[in-house]
Design a protein around this ligand. Structure first.
Ligand SMILES: Nc1ncnc2c1ncn2[C@@H]1O[C@H](COP(=O)(O)OP(=O)(O)OP(=O)(O)O)[C@@H](O)[C@H]1O
Length: 260
């Protein structure tokens, strides 16, 4: 792929004897909105942490815009932003102070910071709370200020772990529309989600990880074609990750229960 914004080469992580992520090879191109799906414990967060320089791989490599995140961390980290599922914010800062702090780390000129911060706060309906302490924010507001903080540096590549969890429907829609627009303008987004509907509606391509391996990769049309049916992503996901068997067992148990 000519313009791989994210490249994983044999990327692996073992925790003691447990192989959490097994030799992943994947390229995500510039401007792509990529959905990373998998059941609990499949290895999504472990992979994202390795890609963002937070967790050292056991073997293999990861590159952001061609820059190896572990060999050249500062240069690679200049290009990326990460919104974890549980953002660690500074409770004694106001939302505005937090954005200003992030902007100072990325050496963003003040006039650019001011206009970008105001625009992002407006998009996420946080303008009125910008001068309140983050400790007074609700969970969803914290999630939104973390997203604003990630976008303030105008990253080339944005990683998000479960970005819509905790957001109300309006904010989730705002985020979906914004991500689509940012990708159309050249940003690359790599997001993990359990919400298959989100992946189905908004992602250009999805990868399904199961027990540390990527077991399916492609556009929705490609996944459906490889399956030979016109199933929903949920059906394909459950079929591939064994959830279908569990569903059948649950039905059987409840049927037996009903019969008694
Ligand atoms: N610090 C750790 N020490 C030991 N094992 C870990 C550690 N972190 C994760 N694991 C294990 O690695 C595997 C992958 O975990 P990971 O958190 O990457 O999964 P996930 O796909 O993000 O799951 P979820 O959807 O539940 O957040 C799991 O089996 C988990 O128990």
């Amino acid at each position: 792929m000519a313009n791989a914004a994210i490249k994983l080469t044999n990327l692996a992580k073992s925790y003691r004897r447990h192989d959490a992520v097994k030799h992943l090879n994947l390229e995500v191109r510039q401007g792509e909105l990529f959905g990373f799906l998998g059941p609990n414990g499949a290895g999504k967060t472990t992979t994202i942490k390795m890609l963002t320089g937070l967790l050292e791989p056991t073997s293999g490599s990861a590159a952001i815009n061609g820059i190896d995140i572990w060999e050249n961390p500062l240069n690679a980290k200049e290009k990326l932003a990460y919104v974890p599922d549980q953002p660690n914010l500074y409770p004694k800062l106001t939302g505005w102070d937090y954005l200003e702090f992030v902007a100072s780390v990325f050496r963003i000129p003040n006039d650019q910071f001011q206009s970008q911060a105001n625009e992002l706060l407006k998009i996420f309906s946080l303008s009125e709370q910008a001068n309140d302490l983050i400790e007074s924010y609700s969970h969803g507001m914290k999630q939104k200020i973390a997203i604003c903080g990630a976008l303030i540096s105008d990253p080339d590549v944005l990683f998000m772990d479960e970005p819509t969890v905790g957001l109300d429907p309006k904010s989730a829609r705002t985020l979906k529309n914004l991500l689509r627009k940012l990708c159309d303008n050249g940003m690359t987004v790599f997001l993990s989600t359990h919400i298959l509907e989100i992946a189905e509606q908004m992602c250009d391509r999805v990868g399904i990880i199961f027990e540390g391996d990527i077991i399916a990769l492609g556009t929705m049309d490609e996944l459906k074609a490889s399956d030979g049916t016109d199933q929903s992503l949920e059906d394909i996901f459950l079929e591939l990750t064994g959830g279908e068997d569990q569903q059948a067992m649950i039905s059987e148990i409840s049927d037996n229960g009903d019969a008694k």
